[in-house]
Design a protein around this ligand. Structure first.
Ligand code: CIR
Length: 254
């Protein structure tokens, strides 16, 4: 059974880091409700939900994808680029140990945020951003090359993380909102979508994706390509530069 690692939102969510957008009020109660609905999408589809211990002192802890990335059955524990987020790693490590998931870690001075990692087949695109540095990318390459993955660094300057700008459909097509993508030509197969919040999809299976409810035209575009599209509202997380991918780590059966 696939497993979903999640961490419930901190009551301090509204104080999370912001880089590219202005701060607006966040409704903590609505955020909790949206988080519950997000987790329910997976639960209803048979995923086992594993809660990482709350880290209420870390406003951004809910964005658990930044702390852990799965490569097959190996987890990589990251080294967050924002100082305010480094304390999230200890509890993520305990969660991996508790769940019996083997892991390796990126170490300082290397930094790497999980939001900068996009896997397509055995290719791993890694955004070089304010959060992920060359040393972090080099450490990731050293871990993955012997395991048969190839790591490709791509520049990202217009959004927080690589996956704030692009993700991939089940067939490997990279989708992005072009004004926010540094180099669409970096990907063999690129599809421009009409809305910023439509760029992030979580692949649930070969025919189904989960995305934000705030991109209806993009949802229609994906449906016209034969996909089943499930939408969920995540407005309170989008206000903090979060998206649908970053609220969980998907541990899939290999
Ligand atoms: C941060 O700046 O770190 C958070 N406010 C947002 C993190 C979003 N994570 C992601 O896109 N993977």
């Amino acid at each position: 059974m696939p497993r979903l690692l999640v961490r419930r939102p901190s009551p301090r969510l509204a104080e999370g880091e912001l880089t590219h957008i202005e701060r607006v009020p966040v409704d903590a109660e609505l955020a909790q409700h949206q988080w519950d609905s997000y987790v329910d999408v997976f639960r209803r589809r048979g995923w086992e939900v594993v809660e990482v211990d709350p880290a209420d002192e870390h406003a951004d802890g809910v964005f658990i994808e930044d702390a852990v990335v799965m490569f097959g059955d190996l987890a990589v524990l990251t080294s967050p680029g924002a100082e305010s987020r480094r304390g999230e790693i200890a509890s993520a490590r305990s969660a991996l140990e508790g769940a019996g998931i083997p892991y390796r870690a990126i170490e300082l001075p290397g930094t790497l945020d999980g939001g900068d990692v996009l896997k397509i087949g055995r290719t791993v695109y890694v955004g070089r951003t304010l959060r992920t540095n060359d040393e972090g990318i080099a450490q990731l390459r050293d871990l993955l090359s012997p395991r048969g993955w190839s790591v490709v660094a791509v520049p990202v300057s217009k959004v927080l993380h690589l996956k704030s700008g692009v993700t991939a459909l089940p067939d490997g097509t990279v989708v992005g909102f072009e004004p926010l993508v540094d180099d669409p030509g970096a990907y063999p197969d690129f599809l421009a979508v009409p809305e910023e919040h439509g760029t992030a999809v979580v692949v649930l299976d070969d025919a189904t994706v989960l995305m934000s409810a705030d991109a209806p035209e993009t949802a229609e575009l994906y449906r016209s390509r034969g996909l089943e599209v499930i939408t969920t509202p995540i407005t309170e997380f989008e206000k903090l530069e979060g998206c649908v991918t970053c609220l969980s780590v998907r541990v899939r059966d290999e």
